[in-house]
Design a protein around this ligand. Structure first.
Ligand code: HEM
Length: 498
């Protein structure tokens, strides 16, 4: 057994020294204490796109993956590489047994039934709802700036969050959250603040490690985890209420109506699966889109020249925003991609190998015993972290300016690395993942991002403040100022042409 173990590739994989790891929490504590993805970026630079770290509570080493061929292989083989079984009961408790939770045939089945609600045609039909929410957001900021003499400094995070919640409410299940003013919107917003605040505490780092070591624990008394369950309670109630009104279901263009109408006698999601999926979509689609917008606004605030170029393009657009129309705004498209590359809202995901396998490698790796490996043998039970953010900001792939916000790299011929040196995934990014579990809402996320940004930028100017903004990972990437999460101060003024 010992000889066999010593032959495993992981034994000789490079990585940070075990001596630098906490004896009880491994390197996981160091990863948590740094800024989001900071340690992964550093180690990827030192050890290459596949390295191992010490796991907490004496669990076997974790492999951190950024190699394109290996990542593509993991995402393509969803039967071999599944989400961590230790977290499934927790996901079931907090967001239900929808597509986010499902594995194997159940996942394929649910995904097939959900897909029509996210088709190009369905997303195009969401244009009016998305625009209405974006305009409300813009009017609120313009009004605040106007009554304050044309200029105001505020924390943008809750304002963006009200807007993205409004959108998912309307396009998801025909509900108006009234731009953060309804009772339910306040409950969701309070739960999220709790998640962000407690997500910065040590408990949020230790809870998943404990769960992995003791998977029979289905409920951990950490408010970080419990707060997610509160969103389920609120959305569950609203979605059930919506379904009682058959006339709404008959004419509705929203996701729940589409799914409910498709509910056949032998084929279709059960009512509980429908509800769980609406909960999952709300959780998966709300704060992710919010993060993408917030950090892109920060980048634009720091670069008035880029902001002006974006504004000029948006001002040329005539009429209401449609999916096809807004897709023609090339600079907006480049800003969207660059914002997502630099600030992937989900910075990583985890997978576990269900059987022994061999990972193909794009970049051969050198092991600690001097061997060059062109593929990597893994054993059943191996845990992987797929480091989305580190992959998208790896200077060995994206060049020396990988950490800079440069939308023009997407437009100037030859400015991007050759496609065969980039991963697969939407626009050669991994932020939406890839393979059979690629984000089901990516088209909606992109459309809403563009409509909101174009609507805001036409009338408002964003300016950076003196605040030092850090980035931490609390489920999604969060701006942190003075140790407080969910804080991103921006100065906002009415655009000079107004
Ligand atoms: C910027 C916005 C978004 C980002 C960056 C994002 C990212 C991701 C990623 C990385 C995954 C794969 C996670 C994994 O397998 O471990 C995922 C899955 C998923 N996303 Fe998104 N997402 C976004 C917006 C949305 C929206 C707007 C919705 C729906 C309203 C949505 C619904 C889902 C669902 C249901 C899954 C699970 C899909 C499956 O397992 O088959 N997401 N998303």
């Amino acid at each position: 057994f010992i000889i066999w173990r010593r032959q495993e590739d992981i034994c000789h994989a490079s990585g940070p020294s075990p001596k630098t790891a906490s004896w009880i929490w491994g390197h996981e504590l160091e990863v948590f204490q740094g800024q989001a993805s900071e340690m992964y970026n550093k180690w990827m630079n030192m050890y290459g796109p596949l390295f191992k770290i010490k796991a907490g509570l004496f669990h076997g080493d974790i492999i951190v993956l950024g190699d394109h061929a290996a990542v593509q292989h993991v995402f393509a083989n969803t039967d071999t590489y599944i989400k961590s079984p230790s977290f499934r009961p927790l996901v079931a408790n907090t967001i239900g047994k929808g597509v986010v939770w499902a594995e194997g045939q159940d996942h394929t089945y649910q995904r097939r039934l959900l897909s029509p609600a996210f088709s190009l045609e369905s997303v195009k039909n969401m244009a009016d709802d998305i625009s209405a929410c974006a305009e409300k957001f813009e009017r609120t900021l313009s009004k605040l700036a106007a009554v304050n003499g044309g200029d105001i400094t505020l924390n943008i995070v809750p304002y963006t969050s009200y807007c993205t919640l409004d959108i998912i409410g309307r396009v998801g299940f025909g509900h108006d959250f009234k731009y953060g003013q309804s009772v339910e919107a306040k409950e969701i917003s309070d739960s999220w603040s709790e998640i962000v605040t407690t997500g910065l505490t040590i408990g949020a780092c230790l809870a998943p490690i404990i769960l992995r070591a003791f998977p029979f624990i289905t409920s951990i008394p950490v408010s970080f985890m419990q707060a997610q369950g509160q969103v389920k309670i609120v959305i569950d109630k609203l979605a059930r209420r919506f379904m009682e009104d058959e006339s709404q279901i008959e004419k509705g263009k929203n996701i729940l109506s589409i799914l409910k109408r498709a509910q056949g006698e032998s084929d279709g999601l059960t009512t509980n699966q429908l509800i769980d999926n609406i909960v999952g979509l709300t959780v998966a689609g709300h704060e992710t889109s919010n993060t993408w917008l917030n950090f892109t606004l920060l980048e634009l605030a720091r670069r008035p020249d880029i902001q002006k170029k974006l504004r000029d393009e948006a001002l040329q657009y005539q009429g209401p925003f449609s999916y096809d129309g807004i897709s023609k705004l090339n600079f907006l498209d480049a800003v969207a991609k660059e914002g997502l590359r630099l600030h992937a809202p989900l910075i990583q995901t985890e997978r576990v190998a269900m059987k022994d396998d061999i990972l193909p490698l794009t970049t051969p790796i050198k092991t600690t015993n001097g061997k060059i490996l062109r593929s990597f043998r893994v054993q059943k039970g191996q845990v992987f972290r797929i480091a989305y953010l580190a992959m998208q900001t790896n200077p060995n792939v994206w060049g020396e300016d990988a950490a800079e916000f440069k939308p023009e790299r997407w437009l100037i011929p030859g400015a991007m690395p050759p496609r065969n040196e980039l991963p697969r995934g939407w626009s050669n990014l991994v932020a939406f993942s890839d393979g059979p579990r690629i984000c089901i809402g990516y088209r909606l996320a992109l459309f809403e991002f563009k409509v909101i940004l174009a609507t805001l930028i036409r009338t408002l100017e964003f300016h950076a403040t003196d605040a030092v903004v850090q980035r931490k990972n609390t489920i999604t990437l969060q701006p942190v100022v003075d140790g407080k999460g969910g804080v991103l101060p921006l100065r906002i003024s009415l655009a000079s042409h107004m």
